[in-house]
Design a protein around this ligand. Structure first.
Ligand SMILES: *[C@@H]1O[C@H](CO)[C@@H](O)[C@H](O)[C@H]1NC(C)=O
Ligand SMILES: *[C@@H]1O[C@H](CO)[C@@H](O)[C@H](O)[C@H]1NC(C)=O
Ligand SMILES: *[C@@H]1O[C@H](CO)[C@@H](O)[C@H](O)[C@H]1NC(C)=O
Length: 171
C-alpha cells in the first residue's frame, strides 16, 4: 500500500514498448520528476504474478545505471527466447515507491534481414528477365522478324509525331 494516494514518486517508462534485434543491446529507461526525488531504483522481471529482481551485472548481460531521476536497464546480446517480456522499474523516495512496466520485444536476426533479402530477390528476378530478353533478342536482329518489324515502325511513328509537335510549337 506504499504507493497509495500518490504519496510515492510518479515513475514512468520512457518507452512503454521497446524493440531490439537478437544479439543487439536492449535499453529500457524509466524516469521520475517527482519531489522528493527518487533515492533508490530497482528493476524486476515480471513473470506472471511474480516480480524477480534483476541483479546488476547478472549473467554478465544485465546492467543497471541509475542517476537521480532516471534509471537504465541495459541488456547485452539480446536473447530471442529468454529476454522478451515485461520489466518493471521501481523508484523509491522517502514517501513511498512508484513503478512502471516496459514490454521488451526481441526480433530474430533473420526477421531483420527479410527486407534486405526481398530487395536481393527483386534484383535477381530483374537481372534474369533482362538476361533472357537479351538472349532472345540477339539472334533475331533481322528487320522483318515479328519483334524487329514492329520496332522501327513504332519509332518512325514517334519521330513523325515528334516532328509534328515541334512544328506546331514553332508556328
Ligand atoms: C552496476 O554495475 C556497474 C559496473 O558493473 C556500475 O558501474 C553501476 O554503477 C552499477 N549500477 C548500480 C545501480 O549499482
Ligand atoms: C532531473 O531531470 C531534469 C530534466 O528532466 C534535470 O534537469 C535534473 O537535473 C534531474 N535531477 C536530478 C537530481 O538528476
Ligand atoms: C519497490 O522497491 C521498494 C524498496 O526496495 C520495495 O519496498 C517495494 O516493495 C517495491 N515495490 C514494488 C511494487 O515492487
Amino acid at each position: 500500500r506504499l504507493g497509495c494516494c500518490g504519496a510515492g514518486p510518479h515513475v514512468y517508462a520512457y518507452k512503454k514498448t521497446e524493440h531490439g534485434n537478437e544479439g543487439d543491446t536492449g535499453m529500457l529507461v524509466c524516469k521520475s520528476s517527482s519531489y522528493p526525488p527518487v533515492t533508490q531504483w530497482s528493476w524486476f522481471r515480471v513473470v506472471g504474478d511474480v516480480s524477480q529482481p534483476v541483479v546488476n551485472g547478472s549473467e554478465d548481460r544485465f546492467f543497471i545505471k541509475s542517476d537521480g531521476n532516471k534509471t537504465e536497464l541495459r541488456i547485452l546480446s539480446l536473447h530471442l527466447e529468454k529476454d522478451p517480456g515485461d520489466y518493471m522499474c521501481n523508484g523509491t523516495n522517502e514517501k513511498g515507491d512508484g513503478n512502471a512496466v516496459i514490454s521488451l520485444r526481441v526480433r530474430s536476426r533473420l526477421a531483420a534481414l527479410w527486407p534486405f533479402l526481398g530487395i536481393v530477390a527483386e534484383v535477381l528476378v530483374l537481372v534474369t528477365i533482362i538476361f533472357i530478353y537479351e538472349k532472345r533478342r540477339l539472334p533475331n536482329q533481322v528487320p522483318d522478324d515479328d519483334d524487329g518489324g514492329s520496332a522501327p515502325l513504332k519509332s518512325n511513328a514517334t519521330n513523325y509525331k515528334d516532328k509534328n509537335v515541334r512544328q506546331r510549337n514553332a508556328n
